[in-house]
Design a binder for this molecule. Structure first.
Ligand code: AMP
Ligand code: MG
Length: 355
């Protein structure tokens, strides 16, 4: 299959005529049952018509994703929620008012219009309204309902730049909208509103505290988010797969800065002596203190947003560079940090050294 690349380089709010025409064409592709990868404020999505079961099947095939792992339906207007569910709970209205458009996915009871192919056989549907203007335009041109998981091959980190979408999806889908780098860099927060109290199934930029503030009521968090989930099934089917896994063997090292630096340097020296190529995921503050084959600064310890934005790219770069072992500093698990550690722990298969 030939994959068309549609490049967007203008300010996202003011597209050129050519870019606008490209998105319109991409929307037609989705309407006609095809697949288009596109940027959002979280990560790149792989979009198909959410109401067309054949499109959802194609998404699973293109990603190599198990078909029990449901897709998130992306909409552009609040009123479009009514087709996806027969019951919009009061909490959904409050959370939509506070966080949509934005990086929050809500789980609701699905209506009969939503095919089981899209929900992985579940009676619930995941819905999000993205804020990225390019994503919003594409959704409008596509007929309003775009099912989109992250645009990576199953088992690879979610792509935050078009380069990695192209690497994974070239020849497998109809088109890729290259719209630069996403603002947030980690997937949306998922909150299940079909249970009481609401429960966070996947942490993201919108934190539990932000949800509680908006609802003025307690919100729970799936216990498997920061723990090894081998003994307990996570509630979001996709969270049970070992996503985001780099090729190198990743270990997270926690302790004081001095402990972490000396432990990683010792291990790196031993691994390199044994012929390994060792990578370190460091914060900018202490990157210069490591001795290893490749040291990458993922962001500043004082700016969690910068860490989230670069984490997946750093993991992909280590794959490209053929690193055999990776050591990463650990991060606080407060607020947005919980999402960062959740992804890092999954990438590491929960291998953590606590000093
Ligand atoms: P991705 O689109 O790659 O970010 O993955 C979507 C995530 O949303 C996966 O972890 C899914 O398991 C989760 N998800 C989607 N729909 C539902 C649902 N109805 N109930 C629970 N989790 C869901
Ligand atoms: Mg994904």
């Amino acid at each position: 299959m030939e994959t068309k690349i549609i490049v967007i380089r203008s300010d996202r709010e003011e597209l050129s005529l050519e870019e606008e025409a490209g998105l319109r064409e991409a929307g037609e592709v989705i309407k006609n049952g095809g697949l288009v990868a596109f940027p959002t404020e979280t990560v790149y999505g792989l979009g198909g018509d959410a109401l067309n079961p054949e499109s959802s099947k194609k998404i699973y095939a293109a990603k190599g994703r198990p078909s029990d792992n449901p897709l998130i339906v992306h909409i552009g207007r609040l009123e479009d929620l009514d087709l996806l569910t027969d019951h919009v709970p009061e909490e959904a209205e409050k959370l939509a008012a506070a966080f949509w458009p934005g990086p929050l996915t809500m789980i609701l009871e699905k209506s009969r219009k939503v095919p089981y192919e899209t929900t992985g056989g579940l009676d619930t549907v995941a819905v999000r309204m993205p804020s990225d203007p390019v994503a919003r335009k594409l959704i409008a041109y596509s007929g309003g309902y775009v099912a989109a998981p992250s645009a990576n091959l199953s088992g690879k980190p979610s792509p935050t730049v078009a380069r990695y979408v192209i690497e994974d999806m070239m020849g497998r889908i109809d088109a890729i909208v290259d719209g630069g780098e996403g603002e947030i860099g980690l997937e949306s927060t998922i909150v299940d509103l079909t249970v009481a109290p609401p429960q966070i199934l996947r942490p993201g930029y919108i934190t539990g505290r932000m949800l509680e503030d908006a609802l003025q009521a307690p919100v729970e968090t799936d216990v498997t988010i920061l723990k090894d989930d081998s003994g307990q099934a996570p509630k979001a089917p996709g969270m049970k797969y070992r996503h985001y896994a780099p090729k190198g063997d990743l270990v997270i090292v926690e302790g004081t800065s001095e402990q972490v630096i000396s432990y990683i340097n010792e291990r790196a020296a031993a691994d390199m002596a044994a012929g390994g190529k060792v990578g370190v995921i460091a914060t900018g503050e202490q990157a210069s203190r490591y001795r290893a084959s490749v040291i990458k600064s993922v962001g500043s310890r004082r700016d969690e947003n910068s860490i989230a934005k670069h984490l997946y790219t750093v993991l992909r770069e280590f794959d490209d560079e053929g690193v055999t072992q990776i050591y990463s500093e650990g991060f606080d698990t407060d607020g947005f940090g919980q999402a960062i550690m959740n992804r890092l722990l999954k990438a590491a298969g929960h291998k953590v050294v606590r000093l």
